[in-house]
Design a protein around this ligand. Structure first.
Ligand code: GDP
Ligand code: MG
Length: 277
């Protein structure tokens, strides 16, 4: 596939636009992106013989946000299915940044994790175990300082390498058995409604988003009354089993995953209780 679409996705102020500029330089004019209401920055570059279409997606905190500022970014993730997601994290605030990462994992799309703001991290005396992070997140991890254009070549190498290989089976977050069973049932239902279009990863993602109550995705399926009815039924059953609505259940599981990971992967200099060498 050429060019390969590479979407920069992160929280607002993680440094996506700085990184976009550092990655693309001035090799082509900024193009208007047609399929969303606001124009996105898009530039095509070539690296290692691979044509890459780099898209600067406006910052989001969640893939199911209701806020108008995040609409363009959320719609992009829902509608466009880029070939590769470059998830830009403010490495100085990994606790906040990883929540979006857990949701991007759920899309099942090939991902690269960028730890941006590494200058700040080093200055603060924080060390991050990138090997552990890479294996836990199921993606390569690249450290950058977009401001000083550091790590840009390493990132382009990682993108070009990923673009030239068949995507591996995507990693998934595992939820408790009730939730997993509900996801499975909704997935089956979706697959019978859309047998041609849906990969297993995509149907899992849609099932999770519908159970979570994502309005945008539910609206897409609003003509399938039986599916909508099933979602409501699953949500009611889950609320009975857990004393918590399905959206909070999913959010808690995502926080537990990212907090656990942070405890292992981040070390403050001089902290004797820190986990890794
Ligand atoms: P966006 O909202 O994700 O597009 O973030 P921007 O690229 O607009 O960057 C937000 C702010 O962070 C700007 O003031 C940038 O200059 C700054 N910034 C971006 N990358 C880095 C970095 O690696 N280190 C430092 N210290 N600042 C950065
Ligand atoms: Mg920006």
């Amino acid at each position: 596939k050429s060019p390969v679409t590479v979407a920069l996705v992160g929280n607002p102020n993680a440094g996506s636009t700085s990184l976009f500029n550092a990655l693309t330089g001035a090799q082509s004019a900024v193009a208007n992106y047609q399929r969303v209401t606001t124009s996105l920055n898009v530039r095509e570059i070539t690296h290692g013989g691979v044509s890459l279409r780099i898209v600067d997606v406006p910052g989001i905190f969640s893939t199911s946000s209701q806020s108008p500022e995040e609409k363009v970014g959320c719609d992009y993730i829902h509608d466009e299915e880029p070939d590769i997601i470059v998830n830009v994290l403010d490495a100085g605030h990994l606790d906040r940044s990883l929540f979006l990462t857990t949701q991007l994992i759920e899309t099942g799309l090939p991902r690269i994790t960028v730890l941006n703001m590494m200058d700040e991290v080093r200055r603060a005396g924080i060390r991050i175990d990138t090997t552990l992070l890479a294996s836990a997140l199921g993606s390569p991890v690249v450290e950058t300082c977009a401001l000083k254009k550091e790590g840009v070549d390493a990132l382009l190498d990682a993108v070009a390498a990923m673009a030239s290989t068949t995507p591996a089976t995507p990693m998934r977050l595992h939820y408790d058995s009730h939730l997993e069973a509900a996801i499975e049932r909704v997935q089956q239902h979706l697959s019978t409604l859309h047998p041609q279009e849906l990969s297993p990863a995509r149907s899992r993602w849609l099932a999770i988003k519908m159970l979570e109550g994502d309005d945008e995705i539910l609206r897409h399926e609003s003509n399938h009354a039986d599916l909508i009815g099933e979602i409501k039924g699953e949500q009611t059953a889950l609320a009975h089993e857990h004393d918590e609505d399905t959206a909070s259940l999913l959010a808690s599981a995502r926080f537990a995953f990212s907090n656990g990971l942070l405890r292992e992967a981040r070390q403050q200099e001089g902290d004797p209780t820190a986990g890794f060498k």
